[in-house]
Design a binder for this molecule. Structure first.
Ligand SMILES: Nc1ncnc2c1ncn2[C@@H]1O[C@H](COP(=O)(O)OP(=O)(O)OP(=O)(O)O)[C@@H](O)[C@H]1O
Ligand SMILES: [Mg+2]
Length: 378
């Protein structure tokens, strides 16, 4: 380690002999460490708690409170238990060294000090401790991903079983022995198709989200007229909402609004938001979709007259697999992936998304995308 690398590394020295403190701090400071020290265990504990060092060097024989006791105290508190402790010892009794390790020490140096040896031991312990912390952080991240993956698998298996059972059931009806019934068969095939489409969408969502979670969301950006995309999405959803007698209205000022976006992913965002508005609203209501320019931003809003989401559930909606107390109004399927995907896509575009809701009134989802600064927008 160069002097520079040690620059902000804090080491704490505890020794009742001022001469030892002077020697050790001299060695460490010369190597670039920041050194603080105390001449008693009590004072050391208070100072260590107020500013956590990366390593503590602790004299064993001290009046009042010896090094073992200080070490035990440090190891008993969550805030200080992880700090590596190197004992400073003049004792040649091997039993004390064993005790040093048993109390939680990771190494020891013996008086008289050899500067190179002291530095080598300090550096090694600091490096090991950093590696340990890195590994702990990685383990936590792995545990989180593992948990997410388990939920993926569990939910996917569960949600795929329903349409699969339906596929088997409908095909059995078609295959039943007896007189041919074309109308019935046609109906069954339509049901089979619906179940298959649902499965396809679920699998696509899962693949999307797992790709996004793995950090590989890839945007295929191209200059796109946002109004064009919005118009066709509203048209499509208007048709889909017709059986529920929900009107999907488009409110936008005329003129193109250009941005560099991934067209397919933007359609997915709109599909999810407009789809939700239809899915969670009662028949006979209306959904209003709007787009306006606000400086360098395109601001979209999807507003419904549905039941509204209680405030404490608003943030949760954007987490994968999270649904809320609001349920679909015509038995539509709900997996809780849509908004998680929406958020990742919008954020990947440099935009933001949020929900606003009044229980009993309705919900509005707002999202913004940065406009293409190199093109004139009207
Ligand atoms: N417009 C809305 N009005 C009321 N509640 C909503 C609305 N949009 C979403 N929610 C609530 O948020 C939850 C999460 O929405 P999200 O789109 O992530 O999942 P989903 O629609 O249930 O399933 P998926 O989109 O995966 O098919 C929904 O289950 C619903 O409880
Ligand atoms: Mg949805």
């Amino acid at each position: 380690m160069s002097d520079k690398a040690n620059d902000k590394v804090n080491v704490f020295l505890v020794d009742d002999t001022p001469e030892n403190l002077g020697l050790l701090s001299g060695i460490l400071r010369a190597a670039g460490y920041t050194v603080r020290m105390a001449d008693s265990g009590r004072r050391a504990l208070a100072m260590i708690e107020s500013l956590l060092p990366e390593l503590v060097m602790l004299d064993i024989t001290m009046p009042e409170m010896d090094g073992f006791e200080v070490c035990r105290e440090l190891k008993s508190k969550p805030s200080t238990s992880g700090i590596p402790v190197i004992f400073i010892s003049a004792l040649s009794d091997p039993l004390d060294k064993v005790k040093a390790f048993k109390t939680g020490g990771v190494d020891y140096v013996t008086k008289p000090f050899d500067a190179d040896e002291v530095l080598a031991r300090v550096e090694t312990q600091i490096r090991l401790d950093r590696l340990r912390r890195e590994m702990e952080a990685k383990n936590r991240e792995l545990a989180r991903l593992d948990e997410l993956k388990n939920r993926f698998v569990g939910i996917a298996a569960h949600d795929l079983r329903t349409p699969l059972t339906a596929l088997i059931g409908y095909s059995e009806v078609i295959l039943e022995p007896g007189p041919a019934d074309q109308a019935r068969d046609h109906d069954m095939v339509k049901r089979i198709q619906r179940a298959a489409f649902f499965m396809l969408r679920l699998v696509n969502d899962l693949l999307d989200l797992s790709a996004i979670e793995a950090g590989s969301i890839r945007l295929d950006l191209a200059p796109t007229d946002l109004r064009e995309i919005l118009r066709s999405s509203v048209e499509l959803h208007g048709t889909l909402a017709a059986p529920k007698r929900i009107a999907v209205e488009l409110q936008d000022d005329a003129g193109p609004l250009l941005a560099r976006v991934d067209e397919v992913k933007l359609e997915q965002v709109l599909g999810n938001l407009v789809g939700n508005a239809i899915k969670f609203s009662a028949p006979g209501t209306r959904v209003r979709v709007s787009l306006r320019r606000d400086g360098d931003w395109a601001r979209f809003a999807v507003e419904d007259q549905g039941p509204g989401v209680p405030a404490h559930e608003l943030e949760r909606m954007f987490e994968p697999f999270q649904t809320t107390s609001v349920k679909s109004t015509a038995g539509e399927k709900s997996t809780g992936l849509g908004l998680a995907i929406v958020k990742k896509i919008v954020v990947a575009h440099g935009g933001e998304v949020r929900a606003e809701s009044v229980v009993g009134r309705g919900t509005t989802f707002h999202f913004s995308l940065p406009l293409d600064p190199s093109r004139p927008n009207g």
